[in-house]
Design a protein around this ligand. Structure first.
Ligand code: DQA
Length: 149
C-alpha cells in the first residue's frame, strides 16, 4: 500500500522552537514551515500526513501505540528523546509499521551523547544532517518501502 498511505510524522521536545532555536545548527525554518513543505511533498507523491509535535514523552508513546491501526508508517524526529527513551523504542517496536528516523542536524558530527540513538535499531533507516529536506527524503523513502510491502 503506497498510494494514499497515511504517514504519521512525529516531532519531539523543543522542535516547536525551531526558527529561534540555535539557527546555526537547526536552520531558520519554523516547524510550521517544515510541516507545509511536508504537506506539499506528500500530496505531490500521493501520501497523506499527520504532522505532530510534543514536548511530553508519554504523549509521543501514546500516539505511536495508537497509530498501529490508523497509519501505514512513521517518520520520527524524537529530538533529545532519541538519546534517552527506552519507552519510545518499546512503542516503536510494537507497531509493526515501517519507521524512519530523521534529524535536522548531523548527530554523528556533534557531541558524543548524541551519537547513540535508541530508535535506530527499530528504524528502516536514518536520515540526518540535511535540515528540513530530511523530512521530504523520508517521505520518498517510506513511499518506496510501502510500495514494496
Ligand atoms: C535533533 C538532534 C538531537 O540531538 C537534539 O536533541 C534535537 C534535534 C535534530 O533534529 O537534529 O532536539 O533531533
Amino acid at each position: 500500500m503506497a498510494d494514499g498511505a497515511k504517514i504519521l510524522i512525529l516531532n519531539g521536545p523543543n522542535l516547536n522552537m525551531l526558527g529561534i532555536r540555535e539557527p546555526s545548527i537547526y536552520g531558520s525554518d519554523t516547524l510550521a514551515d517544515i510541516e507545509h513543505r511536508c504537506v506539499a511533498h506528500a500530496k505531490a507523491i500521493g501520501l497523506s500526513i499527520d504532522f505532530r509535535q510534543s514536548n511530553i514523552e508519554g504523549e509521543l508513546v501514546t500516539w505511536i501505540q495508537n497509530c498501529r491501526t490508523t497509519h501505514h508508517g512513521v517518520i520520527i524526529n524524537a529530538a533529545a528523546f532519541t538519546h534517552t527513551s527506552v519507552a519510545i523504542l518499546d512503542a516503536l517496536s510494537l507497531i509493526d509499521r515501517p519507521v524512519i528516523e530523521v534529524h535536522l542536524s548531523n548527530i554523528l558530527a556533534r557531541e558524543s551523547f548524541r551519537h547513540h540513538s535508541y530508535i535506530s535499531p527499530v528504524a528502516v533507516g536514518v536520515i540526518c544532517g540535511f535540515g528540513w529536506r530530511g523530512y521530504t527524503l523520508a517521505l520518498d523513502a517510506i513511499k518506496d518501502i510501502l510500495g514494496k510491502g
